[in-house]
Design a protein around this ligand. Structure first.
Ligand SMILES: Cc1cc2nc3c(=O)[nH]c(=O)nc-3n(C[C@H](O)[C@H](O)[C@H](O)COP(=O)(O)OP(=O)(O)OC[C@H]3O[C@@H](n4cnc5c(N)ncnc54)[C@H](O)[C@@H]3O)c2cc1C
Length: 383
């Protein structure tokens, strides 16, 4: 017979979104359990590794409007813990094609609206940053988002979980949730033969696995993708370091490509394509790769980064959980308001996790979300 453990709220998935959600719930004075299927701080989901971009500039206002609060919450957590979780480097947003121009222009408009102090369009300053290190022969538009930079991903997850536990939250790793059983009083969260958690509500932040866990209730339009992460060696050590003024860089267009300064593996610059190959999250390493992605990124580096080697020194993998419109899913399961969903972060959900965590904690406790979440509701897919 299983033992039933009582909590106010349960959160499934100890990635960055689940960790922030659990923290926001304990901050409300709730008794919270954070459940993780794998050993804590593993590398099989979406939040591992050392870096993620943080930026205010987005061509889509549904993300741009989240960023003032997100930046503030990350900074507050840094002050509270004394842990340095991000490095501000500035983010250079470029268009090297006609298609990208519109996206840069929309990003500028959103910066003016949501983060005017972070907008810099000074042509000389931008040229100075690019000089000698990157080469774009068809540069059509550019802007600098001075709030942009890098979040130290692994350190972020660890720090937010530490805050959660210090406030009395419980984290059980090696605890896969097998199924959810809602009733009028709450939800039974089944783990194994010995353990069941009962809570008033459960927030499912299970990343690429969310679709499988919620399949008995709803078919989520969210596709797991395996994504390759490339690191290229500097020919001249420090040429692309943040200390020498190299920013985070994002070329927007039909395909987005981004680069981070060399500040994680010494002398290596992360250059990646925003996108991946559909996969089963339980068989990610068996997914056949697309060699054309590797070729594209190598030729991109050869064309635009004159001071980088063109063969990657390190290739890692990670997962996206992507929706058809690449917007998040933040909502309830239809018919079950005590099961809350946070998924579909489509390769851009790390930086916004503090805000999404607060919104999910509000849905879990039956409060009004502090920001409009209509862009993230499931009902948009019914139209
Ligand atoms: C290569 C790459 C680059 C990216 N770059 C950026 C960037 O620059 N900026 C940015 O903002 N975002 C970026 N992202 C996106 C960002 O990392 C993700 O959106 C974010 O990490 C998603 O976090 P999550 O908590 O939803 O998912 P995850 O981190 O995957 O967490 C979900 C957790 O749930 C657990 N779980 C699943 N099923 C169960 C179960 N049944 N029981 C218990 N636990 C379960 C999993 O093991 C996992 O630990 C990038 C992503 C990738 C892959």
């Amino acid at each position: 017979m299983s033992k039933v453990f009582e909590f106010d709220h349960a959160v499934v998935g100890a990635g960055i979104v689940g960790s922030w959600t659990a923290l926001q719930l304990v901050r409300l004075g709730k008794k919270v359990i954070l459940l993780e299927q794998f050993p804590d701080l593993h590398t099989r989901g979406s939040s591992h590794g050392h870096s993620r971009i943080i930026r205010s500039s987005y061509d889509d206002a549904c993300f741009a409007r989240l960023m003032p609060d997100a930046l503030h919450m990350w900074s507050e957590a840094e002050v509270e813990t004394g842990v340095h979780m991000m490095k501000t480097t500035g983010l250079l947003c470029l268009a090297n094609s006609d298609f990208g121009v519109d996206l840069v222009e929309k990003s500028v408009e959103n910066m003016k609206k949501y983060c005017p102090v972070g907008l810099d369009t000074d042509v000389d300053r931008i040229s100075g940053i690019m000089e000698g290190v990157v080469k774009y022969d068809n540069l059509r538009a550019a802007m600098l988002d001075t709030t942009g930079g890098v979040l130290f991903a692994h350190k972020c997850v660890k720090t937010i979980q530490t805050l959660f536990k210090e406030r009395g939250g419980e984290l059980w790793d090696m605890s896969p949730v097998s199924c959810l059983d809602p009733d009028d009083e709450g939800v039974y969260v089944h783990l194994d033969a010995d353990r069941v958690v009962h809570a008033q509500s459960v927030v499912v932040c299970a990343g690429a696995w969310t679709k499988k866990l919620l399949q008995p209730f709803v078919t989520l339009p969210a596709q797991a993708q395996v994504v390759r992460v490339y690191y290229f060696k500097e020919k001249k050590l420090g040429a692309y370091s943040a200390e020498n003024g190299f920013p985070t860089l994002l070329e927007v267009g039909k395909t987005d490509i981004y680069a981070l300064p060399s500040l994680e593996y010494p002398g290596l610059v992360k250059v990646c394509l925003h996108g991946g190959v559909p996969c089963d999250p339980d068989a990610r390493d068996q997914t056949p790769q697309k060699p054309e992605f590797d070729a594209l990124i190598r030729s991109y580096v050869a064309e635009h980064f004159p001071l980088l080697e063109t063969e990657p020194a390190i290739v890692e993998t990670c997962m996206y959980t992507t929706t058809p419109d690449e917007k998040f899913i933040v909502d309830f399961v239809p018919q079950h308001k005590n099961i809350v969903i946070g998924t579909g972060f489509s390769g851009t959900g790390f930086k916004t996790a503090p805000v999404i965590g607060r919104l999910l904690s509000q849905l879990a406790t039956g409060s009004e979300p502090f920001l409009d979440i209509s862009a993230f509701r499931l009902s948009r897919f019914e139209k």
